[in-house]
Write a protein of this length. Structure first.
Length: 110
C-alpha cells in the first residue's frame, strides 16, 4: 500500500537553510519562481503571474534590460575615469614637486 506524502515530503529536493540574508532572499525567489511554474503548468496561475511572465517575454522588456546594462557600464566607466583623474592629479603634483626640488626650490617657499 502506498504511503501518503506529508507536507515535508515532496517531489522537490530538500533545501538547506541559507547562511546569509542574500542567500535567503535568493532561496525565496527560487521557491516563488518554482511555484509560478507549477501554477502555469496546471493552469491555476493568477492573472498577475501570467501578466508578469508575458511582460518579461516582451521585446520592450528586453530593450529596457539592455538599456539598464548599458547605463551600468557607463556608470562604471565614469567611476574609473574619476579615479584615473585623481591618480593623474597626484602624479602631476609629485612631478611638480620633484622639478622644484631639482631646481633648488623648497615646496614651502611658494
Amino acid at each position: 500500500m502506498a504511503r501518503k506524502q506529508t507536507s515535508s515530503e515532496s517531489d522537490e529536493p530538500a533545501i538547506r537553510s541559507a547562511f546569509t540574508p542574500d542567500a535567503e532572499e535568493q532561496k525565496c525567489i527560487a521557491l516563488a519562481v518554482n511555484l509560478a511554474k507549477k501554477q502555469l503548468k496546471e493552469g491555476t496561475a493568477s492573472s498577475q503571474v501570467i501578466t508578469h511572465y508575458l511582460k518579461m517575454a516582451s521585446s520592450r522588456e528586453r530593450f529596457e534590460q539592455e538599456l539598464l546594462a548599458t547605463k551600468i557600464k557607463l556608470a562604471e566607466a565614469k567611476t574609473e575615469l574619476i579615479a584615473s583623474e585623481a591618480r593623474q592629479d597626484e602624479l602631476y603634483g609629485r612631478a611638480i614637486s620633484a622639478f622644484k626640488r631639482y631646481k633648488g626650490e623648497d615646496d614651502e617657499e611658494l
